[in-house]
Design a protein around this ligand. Structure first.
Ligand SMILES: NC(=O)c1ccc[n+]([C@@H]2O[C@H](COP(=O)([O-])OP(=O)(O)OC[C@H]3O[C@@H](n4cnc5c(N)ncnc54)[C@H](O)[C@@H]3O)[C@@H](O)[C@H]2O)c1
Length: 352
């Protein structure tokens, strides 16, 4: 079954050195490990918290810690910038990069659609080759599933579904406290982006996102979301991050169903957090039993090679544009916006 399936996109012919802005948890846990697997070189790093930048640099054998943003962005044009700071910082930060820069920007693309539009305008005005880090498209389970679907393994796909019932310790991300939008903007956004990647643009969204009693200081962390693809295609996302009842009934999967079969991907990183479990990809076709499809690598960190590699390739002209470039990413932000509007505008009243 794994015949002729590639596990990752091609690497850039000449990987550019990476300059990092932001030395937080995601850079330590995912960006740098993935870049090491891929053989991408780092040139230097800047963080407002210089001690944090120094510690990360020491841990990953990086010599250069820049004293300020000006130093960090004063580079020859052979680099790619890796911007991994909270979304609130992006509109003020992005104008600082030299015209024509290559940039990978961590998701979300701003705090809402209005901010995403400001970010897109900055990228266009400054002629950036810029993409957003929707790396799930390059998770081996998604990358391989896409190829199986494209070659017709499960026939015509009519359903894509995400189900996540896990316990997520939100307190690990202190910048989430007090923000008005949480689960859809910071988590289900990956699933919305992947559904768009597989199924194209939905015409609308039905959504309800709710708070959890265990997190009184946080905005909504549970979501039920339906993307509208008309009367014959089904696409939905159900997440509950407050399932603090042991591993046994936790769930974390994507399921595609088609006219000839179905594919299921377990997203292991969310299970038994932060221990995590394996990613698993399985297929059942033409009525046969489910069989496993071998995977090389995981969503975290291996997929981060794909997004950075795509920006390097686009910057070098090897591809027309990165799959998650800002003009595409803003459509995911638009769906997120519609989801919050749907949730806030209320449900259809039950007739008397
Ligand atoms: N793609 C993914 O799967 C994924 C996963 C986790 C986090 N993220 C995103 O990555 C971003 C960072 O998350 P994190 O977990 O690393 O957060 P973090 O709080 O651990 O780190 C953020 C870092 O950014 C620094 N910073 C803030 N403003 C800055 C500025 N103007 N200039 C330089 N440095 C600045 C902070 O000092 C901090 O060290 C967030 O937007 C988050 O949504 C994405």
């Amino acid at each position: 079954m794994a015949d002729n399936l590639s596990q990752a996109p091609p690497s850039p012919a000449n990987p550019r050195p990476i300059v990092s802005i932001g030395a937080g948890g995601i850079v330590r846990d995912a960006h740098y490990p993935a870049y090491d697997f891929a053989g991408f070189k780092r040139r230097g790093i800047f963080d407002l918290d210089s001690a944090k930048a120094r510690k990360l640099a020491d841990d990953f054998g990086l010599d250069t810690v820049y004293a300020d943003l000006e130093q960090a962005t004063n580079q020859p044009d052979d680099v790619v910038y890796d911007v991994a700071v909270p979304a609130t910082a992006l509109p003020d930060l992005l104008p600082a990069f030299p015209e024509g820069s290559g940039l990978l920007i961590q998701k979300p693309m701003g705090e809402d659609l209005a901010a995403a539009k400001r970010i897109l305008k900055i990228c266009e005005d400054r002629d950036f080759t810029a993409a957003v880090n929707f790396q799930m498209r390059y998770a081996p389970f998604a990358f391989v599933a896409q190829q199986m679907i494209e070659r017709g393994d499960i026939g015509d796909v009519h359903s894509m579904e995400f189900r996540v019932t896990v316990h997520t310790p939100w307190s690990l991300w202190t910048f989430l406290e007090g923000i008005p939008r949480l689960e859809i903007l910071y988590h289900s956004i990956h699933y919305i982006d992947l559904i768009r990647h597989f199924m194209g643009e939905p015409s609308g969204v039905y959504a309800k996102t709710t708070r959890h009693p265990a997190n009184p200081n946080l905005a909504a962390t549970r979501t039920s979301l339906v993307l509208d693809y008309g009367d014959d295609l089904s696409a939905n996302i159900v997440t509950n991050h407050g399932h603090d009842h042991g591993r046994k009934h936790q769930e974390s999967y994507i399921r595609w169903e088609g006219s000839r079969g179905a594919i299921r991907a377990q997203m292991g990183v969310l299970l038994d957090y932060s221990t995590g479990e394996r990613d698993i990809l399985e297929i059942s076709k033409d009525g046969a039993d489910w069989t496993g499809v071998p995977l090389e690598g995981t969503w975290f960190p291996h997929a981060f090679h794909g997004t950075m590699g795509s920006v390097m390739r686009a910057t070098a002209g090897e591809i027309d544009r990165a799959s998650t470039d800002v003009t595409d990413a803003i459509r995911t932000m638009a769906v997120v916006e519609a989801a919050y509007q749907s949730s806030e505008s209320g449900s259809t009243p039950i007739p008397a």
